[in-house]
Design a protein around this ligand. Structure first.
Ligand SMILES: [Zn+2]
Length: 660
């Protein structure tokens, strides 16, 4: 592990004298996923503020709850009265809710985020900068039979080593007691066994680089003991039945959750290698790397066989036992859906209610898999007792973190596949479904599709829908990434050159039928097995006004779209008994799409003897119709508003007198 400190970069942050460097080195810690993951860890700096009476007050600026170190800004640090925090540490006891109330009371800015649950601990350390991470290497060593002894030997008297206690007030008290007579000038850090590590210094860079140096010692130890390269790797050639099993698993997990969830298959060499380890079922269910992870991943993994649904039932029963053994009377059992599991010989499976959280589960699992193998090489993975894990998973403060700011979008946990997603109507459909919380697979023949979406919510993938092998691969990628397909928006198409029938050439005719008709059938056929396992599954075909009202010179297009509309009606009949709805949108004159080049627009206007502008608004409502208007209807068709409608053909055309 290297220090990422860069003087020039630091200088840009340092223009904010109070918090600039604090923000900078917090981001550096956050950038290294071997140190912290997704909201883990926290940092602080001590300074002062002048209040409205002109008096200077000593302040701890501590990471606000809900902020991520990698992306934290000055506004993410909550200013808390330092002496108040120090007094809190002397109380004999303080409940969790009592502590959070006091932390908010001690804020110097009522609009600041709620201070980290470790605020009191940060206040007790008399150095200006305090950094706390859950460094993989340090925690992994501490999760071994001789972990404590190894760390004591490794760090000598520069580092205080403390046994695991519950984070928050109890941890603050522990540190308070343990450091009453500490010589802070000699101490470089504190290791919290099974949890993490703290460093501190009056200098920002020194505190950060102490962290790097101490973690490096732990990494060096793993190297010397030959543990560093122990991670198993292997490959698994997927079979098509694997994808069906995965979609069935996701469907059942959604039933158990009572709302749609996503599932992801990790087929990386590390995940497959791990799933092949002898004894993996035992080591994977012992517990997480650091207890903080259990709020995202639950305390232990599921074990999945060929048909992974059996694993869900086994996990449910194991989770019920875990709950009844460790719960207090006031606890209510959370959902019994695993968040990650070993799929024997095939890799890892992740399950979560949305695309952001499934990414979090995947990242945490990757680090856990690596750390467990280090620890196994050092003599065995020893996680915390299940009661400690339970106490964290059911800690009201952690549960509050998960719930904050979560209003579920209408399509959250659902998977939408859109073809022709690189521009026009397809692109607008991706945006519309994303805004409703859906996980979207965006396919396009144009290679720019892969870079078009940077969020975890969208998988952009190149696919030529006239190639059945590419369709197959794209559908499998969708299922591998999100666990299934609930909605197909079959949109890809083009407008061939205008030709009278007397001049029609075979190529124009056949290419149009291939893209505008056959490709939709091939895509639908590939998706049907997954739509059958989908959640409120539906298909939206993007047809054309040319179906009810064709124009001269557009036979290759109109005939293909008419065929598509007829296929959609047959599909509605065939798939209705499976609960799959199939509806068609007939857009007209949507000019913000790539079909409508200036040339085509001019030609069409001419054929109606209109100017281009007249042609654009030539509808009953006199409205300019856009891609987003079509996308809005596609979302409606896939939603509750169309729950009882299948086989419908709905125009989005501003009202066309030839259609009406
Ligand atoms: Zn921590």
């Amino acid at each position: 592990m290297n220090s990422l400190w860069d003087d020039q970069e630091a200088a840009r942050f340092a223009t904010d004298a109070m918090l600039g460097l604090r923000v900078y080195s917090s981001q550096l810690l956050g950038r290294d996923t071997d140190l912290v993951l997704h909201g883990g860890g926290n940092t602080s700096v001590k300074g002062s503020l002048v209040n409205v009476f002109g008096q200077s007050e000593e302040v701890l600026f501590v990471k606000g709850s809900g902020w991520d170190l990698q992306t934290i800004a000055a506004g993410g640090f909550a200013p808390v009265r330092l002496d108040y925090l120090k007094r809190l540490a002397t109380l004999p006891a303080l409940s969790d809710t009592g502590m959070m109330r006091e932390l908010r009371l001690a804020l110097l800015d009522p609009n600041a985020p709620t201070p980290s649950v470790e605020a009191i601990l940060h206040a007790l350390i008399p150095l200006r900068y305090v950094d706390h991470t859950h460094a993989d290497a340090v925690v992994a060593i501490s999760n071994t039979p001789d972990g404590e002894a190894v760390l004591r030997k490794l760090y000598g008297d520069e580092v205080l080593i403390l046994p695991y206690v519950m984070p928050g007030f109890i941890l603050a008290q522990q540190v308070h007691q343990a450091t009453l007579n500490a010589d802070w000038s000699r101490l470089k850090g504190i290791v919290l066994l099974h949890h993490g590590i703290i460093t501190f210094d009056d200098d920002c860079r020194a505190s950060y680089e102490s962290m790097i140096a101490l973690v490096n010692k732990a990494e060096g130890y793993l190297r010397n003991r030959g543990a560093w390269t122990q991670a198993a790797t292997a490959r698994h050639a997927p079979k098509s039945v694997d994808f069906i099993h995965l979609a069935a698993l996701r469907h059942q997990a959604s039933d158990m959750m009572g709302s749609p969830v996503l599932a992801r298959w990790d087929r990386s060499a590390e995940a497959v290698g791990y799933s092949l380890l002898p004894g993996v079922a035992d080591i994977a269910t012992r517990g997480p790397l650091t207890p903080d992870h259990s709020i995202h991943t639950k305390a232990f993994a599921a074990i999945f066989d060929d048909d992974p649904r059996d694993g869900l039932a086994r996990f449910q029963s194991a989770y019920n036992d875990y709950f009844s053994q460790h719960a207090a009377p006031h606890h209510t059992c959370l959902d019994q859906v695993p968040r990650f599991g070993i799929w024997r010989e095939k890799g890892m499976l992740y399950i979560a209610p949305d695309s952001k959280r499934i990414g979090v589960v995947g990242d945490i699992s990757a680090h856990t898999v690596k750390a467990i193998q280090w620890a196994e090489a050092l003599g065995g993975w020893v996680a915390l007792p299940k009661q400690d894990l339970f106490d964290i998973e059911y800690w009201e403060l952690e549960q509050a973190k998960l719930k904050r700011g979560q209003t579920r979008g209408e399509f959250e946990g659902r998977v939408v596949l859109v073809t022709g997603a690189g521009s026009g109507i397809g692109k607008a459909c991706v945006e519309a479904f994303v805004s409703k919380g859906a996980a979207v697979v965006a396919l396009d023949i144009n290679t720019t599709i892969t870079g078009m979406w940077s969020s975890r919510q969208v998988l952009g993938r190149v696919c030529d829908v006239t190639d059945t092998q590419q369709i197959e691969a794209a559908v499998q990628a969708a299922v591998e990434t999100f666990g299934g397909i609930d909605v197909l928006v079959s949109n890809a198409g083009n407008f061939p050159p205008s030709r009278q029938l007397k001049d029609m050439d075979a190529q124009t005719w056949e290419q149009s039928l291939s893209l505008n008709l056959s490709s939709h059938m091939n895509m639908l056929r590939a998706c049907i097995p997954f739509l059958e396992l989908g959640i409120d599954a539906s298909v939206v075909f993007i047809g054309s006004k040319n179906v009810p009202a064709p124009g001269p010179g557009a036979s290759a297009y109109s005939v293909a779209k008419a065929g598509l509309a007829q296929m959609a009606r047959v599909a509605a009949l065939e798939l209705g008994s499976k609960g799959i709805r199939v509806n068609t949108i007939h857009p007209n004159a949507v000019f913000d799409t790539s079909l409508w080049t200036d040339e085509v627009l001019a030609q069409r206007a001419l054929s109606y003897q209109l100017t281009v502008d007249e042609y654009k608004k030539n509808n009953v409502l006199g409205r300019n119709v856009g891609s987003s208007d079509v996308a809005r209807l596609a979302v409606q068709m896939a939603g509750e508003g169309f729950a009882c409608t299948t086989g419908a053909q709905v125009p989005v055309d501003g009202g066309n007198d030839r259609v009406i």
